[in-house]
Write a protein that binds this ligand. Structure first.
Ligand SMILES: C[S@@+](CC[C@H](N)C(=O)[O-])C[C@H]1O[C@@H](n2cnc3c(N)ncnc32)[C@H](O)[C@@H]1O
Length: 202
């Protein structure tokens, strides 16, 4: 899969656009800046936006091409981000060291998620936030009807009723499955079905 993403990102165009995800924009608008982590951040549109809003930004992805383009976007916008090329299973942060983690179209196999996410929540300070927008299982239908992108393997998609189990210790202030009109570059375009949430570590 790593070579799939490197190929996809090797063109000069930003395939998910240069603008941030709208849910992320809305959530960050209500939070004081601190230190935020973007797992599986691809070409960097969300990380760069957060840095523009005054956040100290950490990001990772296993695509070298993703890092190249994210750093190029950061330079273009005059901000700094700390982006490492790494598989999700290899990344470590100290406990209680982050104010927020933003998972924006960060899709991992269900079995892996159950190992990763409880660990990631440990990296959050008490009162830190998880911001999340990813495709739901319902997106399989939207892919066929609307060609709006996302993984084709159902094990990579999220189910609304499993979110509280996958994110133990998070108090959700918004948690919903939603039909959205995606306008995020070539590959997220058209009607889609996502799960969105914002929640706080208790
Ligand atoms: C749909 S893209 C989303 C990129 C970015 N979050 C955004 O919203 O523009 C999914 C990303 O997940 C990354 N990815 C998938 N599995 C990964 C893993 N196990 N470790 C690190 N990155 C991974 C891919 O390289 C790709 O950049």
């Amino acid at each position: 899969m790593q070579s799939f993403w490197n190929d996809r990102y090797s063109q000069e165009e930003y395939v998910y656009g240069e603008s941030p995800n709208e849910w992320l924009r809305e959530c960050l608008g209500g939070l004081p800046p601190g230190k935020i982590l973007f797992p599986a951040e691809g070409e960097g549109r969300n990380a760069v936006y957060a840095a523009q809003c005054g956040w100290e930004v950490e990001a990772f992805d296993y695509s070298e091409e993703g890092k190249r383009k994210a750093e190029q976007l950061a330079r273009k916008n005059g901000v700094q981000i700390n982006y490492q090329v790494a598989d999700a299973g290899e990344v470590h942060y100290p406990a209680s060291s982050l104010d927020a983690i933003a998972l924006i179209f960060s899709h991992f196999p269900e079995a892996l998620r159950r190992q990763l996410f409880p660990n990631w929540i440990k990296w959050l300070k008490p009162g830190g936030y998880v911001i999340f927008e990813c495709f739901s299982i319902g997106q399989l239908h939207y892919q066929q009807e609307h060609g709006s992108g996302g993984p084709k393997d159902s094990a990579l998609l999220y189910a609304l009723d499993q979110i509280p189990t996958e994110f133990p210790g998070i108090e959700f202030s918004v948690l919903e499955e939603k039909e959205v009109m995606l306008q995020e570059g070539t590959y997220h375009s058209g009607l889609g079905q996502v799960i969105r949430f914002i929640g706080k570590k208790s």
